[in-house]
Design a binder for this molecule. Structure first.
Ligand SMILES: [Zn+2]
Length: 97
């Protein structure tokens, strides 16, 4: 899975035991654009975690080097629900000129 944020690519990879090694479900590396999520997560938890890490990436690309984890956590939950429950293709429609 690859996502573009601010012209940069973020690649999602699954790895074993992320939550045991780092006590988190996922991580993002802004320099390499790598997002890793624990491969043992339930599909919904995995996607919610990816949305959370993507939100970190969006804030970083917007210039927020220091981020409030509680804010990202709360927004990440809403962001995941928004992505999951809406048809986002409407944003790709071109306006008639
Ligand atoms: Zn986070």
């Amino acid at each position: 899975m690859i996502f573009k944020i601010g012209g940069m690519y973020y690649k999602v990879q699954e790895e074993e035991k992320i939550q045991y090694r780092y006590e988190v479900l996922g991580q993002v590396d802004y320099l390499t654009g790598e997002i890793v999520v624990d491969n043992k997560l339930d599909i919904n938890r995995k996607n919610q975690t990816i949305a959370h890490e993507l939100l970190h990436g969006m804030l970083f690309e917007a210039g927020y080097k220091e981020q409030d984890e509680d804010l990202v956590h709360r927004l990440g939950i809403v962001f995941y629900q928004f992505l999951k429950d809406n048809d986002l293709s409407v944003f790709k429609e071109e306006a008639d000129l």
